[in-house]
Design a binder for this molecule. Structure first.
Ligand code: ADP
Ligand code: MG
Length: 540
């Protein structure tokens, strides 16, 4: 009976499911590990691709960790937290998603062993926190400078492209990435910034990857408005206009009563004069190209075509802004104000048929601060995968350009950190030492998985790697092609420092968050993935 005879108090609704303590923990850890295991086999240049089929039967073939996790229908809340790791990694660094997920899975696996040895989760969390802090502090000492060094940037891009469909044309794609980033990167009061929205990507099915190109200007998914206009021209002076080239419509519905046929003729003549006037103002400014954000009516098209002005209508606002940045032109609203000062410059403007559609290439812009990239590939799946590979590669190049520092890959830096953290652990002592040592071992999951995926014996490879690092070879990493351990600097396997830093950071934070949960309460009948808690259920 209850001590004072009171009935038990129920604070949760009937039917609420609750798991607590060890079982809640091991359940969460198991779910998180399952997610990590699902992407492990894709890690590294020798990682395998996955084919994902969704409920509609659509197929995605990819090697990209973030894409895989995005496509998988995952319900378990702890598993979803691991997916958040991949998302954060993707948003901040464009790469390293698989590594971050695999690392958080391994941290949780190692903590399970510690929990079994009766180390309390809060002690594990504290040890992990100390270890991550130390590891991140040590990263800088491994950095290699990228400043003014295109070679390093090219190798970073190539490393990101290794093992992807675009891998076969690595040097070609890497060159596009580096030229694009170098074009749009700006240094603002000592801060180095790359705005990736200044690199506009258009993908078109057909042709081969090698038909892809960087346009030092803008590629518009538009054709000229009138066939009588020149298909191409050199020494373009470009007017950027964001008002319509057409007869102004009155705000209110107006009716004009015409009693005399002459009146009609003069009315039409006036409209014609107005349009002709607009076109004359455009040509008088010296423009031979007109990009209009609004409409160009038929009459205007006729006069523009007669004047030989290459014209495009209904350009997107974002394209107008990109054009302004690329050509140095100013976007003008009132055509009366248009002067030669406002015109953008490009060496060539040309309409070309790409795949099914006509596109306009505005190229040869001196000092273009906005560029376009056209990606080609034989089939839809190929172009899509090329696009993802390009996004990763241009992303890491931009990160490396901004940070000015890269690290050697192939598990080399993680192996070095693992070695240094073991030494550090000894200075801490107690149970936290055990957690720091577990963290140190967890970092080795990356080189170990690289070895496994390359078909190498993980045990002998890791032993060789540890020996190399014990001997001070701090660039020693996994040779996925020939086996054994090599100097990753000499092999030119380079990745941005931020990718590794973020992976360690978010993997640790998530592992800690999951470890701290010892009570999972879910109301009955709540589907954990629809985001709705039902009438009175609560959301997970
Ligand atoms: P992620 O999603 O984590 O970026 P990847 O499949 O791109 O996963 O693999 C990245 C890992 O592969 C990194 O640890 C990187 O250092 C390593 N790597 C890349 N190229 C090589 C190479 N040529 N040799 C050995 N390791 C490599
Ligand atoms: Mg990668």
């Amino acid at each position: 009976m209850y001590g004072n005879g009171q009935a038990p108090i129920f604070i949760l609704k009937e039917g609420t499911q609750r798991t607590r303590g060890r079982s809640a923990q091991s359940n969460n850890i198991a779910a998180a590990k399952a997610v990590a295991d699902s992407v492990r086999s894709t890690l590294g240049p020798k990682g395998m691709d996955k084919m994902l089929v969704d409920s509609m039967g659509d197929v995605v073939i990819t090697n990209d960790g973030a894409t895989i996790l995005k496509e998988m229908d995952i319900e378990h809340p702890a598993a979803k937290m691991i997916i958040e790791v991949a998302k954060t990694q993707e948003q901040h660094c464009y790469d390293g998603t698989t590594s971050a997920v695999v690392l958080s899975g391994e941290l949780l696996k190692r903590s399970e062993d510690l929990i079994e040895q009766n180390v309390h989760p809060t002690v594990i969390c504290e040890g992990f926190r100390l270890a991550a802090e130390k590891a991140i502090a040590l990263l800088d000492s491994h950095g290699i400078s990228t400043e003014g060094n295109d070679e390093v940037l090219l190798e970073v891009a190539k490393t990101a492209l290794t093992g992807k469909s675009a891998g076969a044309v690595k040097a070609f794609m890497a060159d596009i990435c580096v030229r694009a980033v170098n074009a749009v990167g700006v240094v603002d009061e000592g801060e180095r910034l790359v705005d990736l929205s200044d690199i506009k990507v258009e993908k078109r099915q057909g042709g081969s990857i090698k038909d892809s190109s960087l346009i030092d200007g803008i590629l518009l998914d538009k054709e000229r408005v009138h066939a009588g206009m020149p298909r191409s021209l050199n020494d373009a002076s470009i007017a950027l206009v964001n008002s319509a080239i057409e007869v102004k419509k009155t705000e209110v519905d107006a009716k004009i009563q015409i009693t005399d046929p002459n009146q009609l003729a003069s009315f039409l003549a006036e409209e014609e004069n107005y349009i002709r006037g607009l076109v004359e103002k455009i040509t008088a400014s010296g423009a031979n190209v007109l990009i209009c954000q609004k409409g160009i009516d038929e009459l205007a098209q006729h006069y523009l075509s007669k004047a030989g002005v290459f014209s495009i209508r209904r350009a997107k606002k974002s394209d107008m802004e990109a054009l302004s940045k690329a050509t140095g032109g100013r976007i003008v609203t009132n055509i009366d104000d248009l002067s030669d000062q406002d015109l953008g410059k490009a060496a060539r403007v040309e309409e070309r048929k790409i795949g099914e559609s006509d596109m306009t290439f505005i190229t040869g812009c001196p000092e273009a601060k906005s560029v376009s990239v056209l990606l080609r590939g034989g089939t839809e799946h190929v172009v899509d995968e090329i696009r993802r590979a390009f996004d990763d590669a241009v992303g890491v190049v931009s990160v490396a350009w901004e940070d000015g520092a890269v690290l050697t890959g192939g598990g080399s830096v993680l192996a070095a950190l693992s070695r240094d953290l073991r030494t550090y652990a000894e200075t801490i002592g107690g149970r936290e030492q055990m957690a720091i040592e577990a963290f140190a071992s967890a970092l080795e999951i990356i080189p170990r998985t690289l070895a496994e995926n390359a078909g190498l014996d993980p045990v002998t490879t890791i032993i060789a790697l540890r020996k190399a690092h014990a001997d001070g070879a701090s660039h020693a990493g996994i040779n996925v092609y020939e086996g054994g351990v090599v100097d990753m600097h000499a092999s030119n396997v380079l990745e941005p420092l931020r990718v590794v830093e973020q992976a360690i950071q978010s993997a640790t934070e998530t592992a800690i968050m999951i470890l701290r949960i010892d009570d999972v309460i879910s109301s009955k009948g709540v589907s954990m993935d629809d985001g709705f808690g039902g009438e009175d259920g609560f959301q997970m």
